[in-house]
Ligand binder design. Structure first.
Ligand SMILES: [Zn+2]
Length: 294
């Protein structure tokens, strides 16, 4: 029955599309469904959340935590993070890089039967908690707002889609997080593989001028696997990505594209098992490899 409905929908859609001008096809790599989902949200100092904004589906994230307090995230992000932690624990050998005192980078081998050991430091933070976090940060930073801590409303942590992930060792040996975390196998493995779980490193080192947040190798943001794959391949920041897809959407509608018809077409395709983007083939080494096909 479900299949019949899907076929009928597809036929109805074809009839609609045959009347539409040919140039109005949605050709952007990422589906409109993903782009219009709430995990595509852009939050920064120009796109602030309201004090009352709180996700409705927060769950306690069932992974190793830096402290005994419960850490919550939206369900979809929590499940993805749980899977990432599990897979990281299976990575028993990994080549990473460390910087010597002369500034040069050298390869190093991580090897441990216990695998990479990740620990969750932070997840969802309410507007009120962020206010406290921000004020505490300012107090210990001589009142200087250097971008590391966001003012309330500007923090992605309020979406329930962002988290701070460290390695167990780094967390044990460092009171505060800074970019030295990058020199751990866990940070480099996450940077390489987190997109396969739908996460991006939200504040990359080479995008500080755009994000206006210093490099944070620990801050991961769930955007779903389609968007994460696109961002990984393109090297764009979330700000640039958002601008890019919004321009594509404006072009689409200007050419007579019908957003509702496109969303219906995509849901029909999904119902029939058609995926516009294929991600994450896990290699034997525990690394995820991306392949995109259309
Ligand atoms: Zn963070």
């Amino acid at each position: 029955m479900k299949r019949l409905t899907a076929v009928l929908l597809a036929l109805a859609l074809l009839a609609t599309l045959s009347c539409a001008p040919a140039e109005a096809a949605w050709t952007f790599t990422v589906s409109l469904t993903e782009l219009q989902s709430d995990h595509a949200i852009l939050v920064n100092r120009d796109h602030m959340l309201k004090e009352s904004d709180k996700p409705g589906d927060l769950v306690a994230v069932p992974v190793k935590r830096a402290s005994s307090s419960k850490i919550e995230m939206r369900e979809v992000a929590s499940q993805a993070l749980e899977k990432m932690f599990e897979d990281a624990s299976l990575v028993t050998a990994y080549t990473y890089r460390v910087q010597g005192s002369d500034g040069t980078w050298k390869e190093k081998q991580f090897s441990s039967e216990g695998g990479l050991r990740l620990v969750l430091k932070s997840g969802y933070r309410s507007y009120g908690t962020q206010k406290t976090t921000y004020n505490n940060y300012l107090a210990r930073n001589n009142g200087v707002d250097d971008g590391i801590s966001s003012p309330p409303g500007a923090s992605e942590h309020q979406t329930g889609l962002a988290c701070d992930v460290l390695s167990v060792d780094y967390n044990a040996n460092n009171q505060y997080m800074n970019d030295s975390f990058y020199q751990t196998p866990e940070a480099q493995w996450m940077e390489e593989n987190c997109y396969a779980y739908g996460f991006i490193v939200r504040y990359p080192a080479d995008k500080e001028e755009i994000t206006r947040v210093p490099y944070e190798p620990w801050h991961l943001r769930y955007v779903g696997r389609e968007i994460a794959g696109y961002i990984k391949n393109s090297g764009l920041s979330l700000e640039e990505f958002t601008e890019t897809w919004q321009a594509a959407l404006a072009e689409f509608t200007a050419a007579g594209g019908d957003v509702d018809a496109q969303l219906l077409l995509e849901s029909t395709r999904r119902a029939n098992g058609f995926e516009s983007t294929v991600l994450d083939v896990y290699g034997e080494d525990g690394d995820a490899e991306v392949s995109l096909s259309f």
